[in-house]
Design a protein. Structure first.
Length: 459
C-alpha cells in the first residue's frame, strides 16, 4: 500500500513538472500568463462583400489563428454598406461595438480619434515548440515587436503608406486594393468595327461618335460612355479625381490643403484641374462632339448591363455583379485609360482593417490584424473572394489570373488623395462641382476655388 501511494505521488509530481514546462495546465503558469490565457472574444465587423453575400470570408484565417491562440475567439460579422457607419457608432455608444473594424481608405481622418494605432510591441501568449529530441509545445509570455514603418512600406504598395500612416502612426492595414478599370461591351465595339478597346483618352475620344446612337429627336438610345454627369454615375467623383491626377494636378499640398484649383508656375494659365473638369463635363455637353451622356439617362451600371452602354468605368467588384445580373452580356475589361506621354496613374479604392480605441483586448486585436495581413493568410482571403492584393509579393501571381490580372497590374500605380475628416464628404463635394459646372453661369476658376475651400473645411 505504501509503495503504491509513493508511486502515485511520484507520477503526480512528474505530471506537474510536465505541465509547467510545456505551458499546459494554467494553474502551474505564472500569474501574468494565466491572466493572458483567459478566454478572449474579439468582435470583428466589416462591410458586406458584394461578391458573395456570405459570412465566411475570413473563416480560414480565423481557424488558423485559433490554432495558435486557442483561448481567443474571433466573432466575425458583415453589414451592408448602407447601415455600416450607423451601426458602428450605435455599437460603440452602447458598449457592444467591434474590437476590429474596417474603414474605407478615405475615412482614416474621420475615424482617427476612434482608432487605436498599432503599438510598437504586443504582449500576447505564444505557443512555441521546444526540445531537441522530443518536440513539446510551450506557452511563453514575452513582448513581440510589431513591423517597423520601413517593413510596412516595403511590404505594401505605395498608396497604403500614404493613406494608413499618419504622423508615423499606423492606423490600419489592408488585404486588398481595388482600382478603376474600363469595362466595354464587345458587341457594340464589334458593330462599330472597333477591334480593340482604347488604351489612351485620345483613342477613347475617337471611339465615342462611333459608339453613340441618337434618334430623330436627338435622344441618346445607345451611349458611348457614362461620363459628364454626377447623379447617375456612381463613380463620377473618382473618375474626375483620376482625370485631375493624370493631368498633373496637385490635389493637396504638404500641409493637407486642397490645391486642385491651382496651377503651378511651370503649368499653363488654365489649371490642370480645370482642364480635367472641362474634359469630363464635355461628355454631357450637347454642343460638344464628345456628347454621349446626360442626366436624363439611367444609372450608368444599369445601362451597361442592359447592353445600352459601350464603355463603363468600374471596379473589380462590379465584375461579379455583372456576372450575376447579366450572365449573357458579352463584355470584357481593359486597363484604365491613361494620358499618352504622362506617367501611369490609377485610382485606388479599398478598405483598411483597424482596431477600436474602446477595445479591452488591444494586444489580441492588433495581433489578429497583423496575422490576417501576412502573405500566407491574406492569400486565403484573396483567393476565396477573387480580390487584387495590397501586398507586393503577391502581385506577380495574381497577374496570371484572368479576372484579376488587370487590377493586380494597376495596384503599384494606384493613388488616392483625400486626407480630411469628412469621409465620403469629398465625393459629395466633387459631385456638386460637376453639377454646378453643367449648369453654367459661374466662371470655372471661381467654382474650383469655392469647392477647394469646402474641402479644406474638412481638414
Amino acid at each position: 500500500m505504501l509503495k503504491s501511494t509513493v508511486s502515485k505521488i511520484i507520477i503526480l509530481g512528474l505530471l506537474g513538472i510536465f505541465l509547467t514546462t510545456t505551458g499546459f495546465g494554467c494553474k502551474f503558469l505564472d500569474r501574468k500568463t494565466q491572466e493572458a490565457m483567459k478566454p478572449v472574444e474579439i468582435n470583428y465587423w466589416r462591410v458586406l462583400d458584394n461578391k458573395t453575400d456570405s459570412q465566411d470570408d475570413f473563416v480560414d484565417i480565423i481557424k488558423n489563428y485559433k490554432a495558435i491562440h486557442p483561448n481567443i475567439t474571433i466573432n466575425y460579422k458583415e453589414l451592408r454598406y448602407e447601415e455600416y457607419e450607423e451601426e458602428l457608432l450605435n455599437g460603440w455608444a452602447e458598449d457592444r461595438g467591434p474590437d476590429i473594424f474596417s474603414i474605407h481608405n478615405t475615412w482614416v481622418g474621420k475615424y482617427k480619434n476612434k482608432i487605436l494605432p498599432m503599438p510598437k510591441e504586443l504582449l500576447i501568449p505564444q505557443t512555441i515548440i521546444t526540445g531537441t529530441f522530443k518536440k513539446e509545445p510551450k506557452i511563453i509570455m514575452q513582448p513581440k515587436a510589431t513591423p517597423s514603418l520601413k517593413i510596412l512600406k516595403d511590404k505594401f504598395v505605395d498608396v497604403v503608406y500614404k493613406d494608413a500612416i499618419r504622423e508615423e502612426q499606423v492606423y490600419g492595414l489592408p488585404l486588398s486594393i481595388d482600382s478603376l478599370a474600363l469595362y466595354y461591351n464587345k458587341n457594340i465595339l464589334n458593330n462599330a468595327r472597333i477591334p480593340l478597346p482604347p488604351a489612351t483618352w485620345t483613342e477613347f475620344i475617337e471611339m465615342i461618335p462611333k459608339t453613340t446612337i441618337v434618334d430623330k429627336e436627338e435622344n441618346i438610345i445607345q451611349a458611348g460612355a457614362a461620363l459628364g454627369t454626377a447623379k447617375n454615375i456612381a463613380n463620377a467623383s473618382d473618375i474626375l479625381s483620376l482625370l485631375m491626377m493624370q493631368n498633373g494636378t496637385q490635389m493637396i499640398d504638404e500641409g493637407n490643403r486642397a490645391t486642385f484649383n491651382r496651377a503651378s508656375q511651370a503649368q499653363e494659365a488654365v489649371a490642370p484641374g480645370e482642364q480635367a473638369l472641362i474634359f469630363y463635363t464635355d461628355f454631357a455637353n450637347p454642343t460638344k462632339e464628345t456628347y454621349t451622356w446626360s442626366d436624363q439617362m439611367p444609372e450608368a451600371f444599369d445601362s451597361f448591363i442592359q447592353g445600352k452602354l459601350a464603355f463603363y468605368f468600374g471596379y473589380l467588384g462590379d465584375l461579379y455583379l455583372i456576372q450575376n445580373q447579366a450572365p449573357k452580356l458579352n463584355f470584357s475589361i481593359a486597363p484604365m485609360l491613361q494620358i499618352e506621354g504622362n506617367p501611369e496613374i490609377n485610382y485606388a479604392n479599398y478598405w483598411i482593417e483597424t482596431v477600436s480605441k474602446k477595445t479591452k483586448y488591444s494586444n489580441e486585436a492588433w495581433d489578429f490584424v497583423l496575422f490576417a495581413t501576412q502573405e500566407e493568410q491574406a492569400k486565403l482571403y484573396l483567393e476565396k473572394n477573387k480580390k487584387p492584393t495590397a501586398l507586393r509579393n503577391l502581385i506577380k501571381k495574381q497577374e496570371e489570373d484572368y479576372d484579376l490580372s488587370i487590377f493586380a497590374k494597376q495596384v503599384l500605380t494606384a493613388q488616392s488623395w483625400y486626407r480630411g475628416n469628412g469621409g465620403d464628404f469629398a465625393k459629395k463635394i466633387f459631385n456638386e462641382l460637376i453639377d454646378e459646372t453643367l449648369k453654367g453661369g459661374v466662371e470655372l476658376k471661381q467654382l474650383l476655388n469655392l469647392y477647394a475651400e469646402k474641402i479644406n473645411q474638412t481638414f
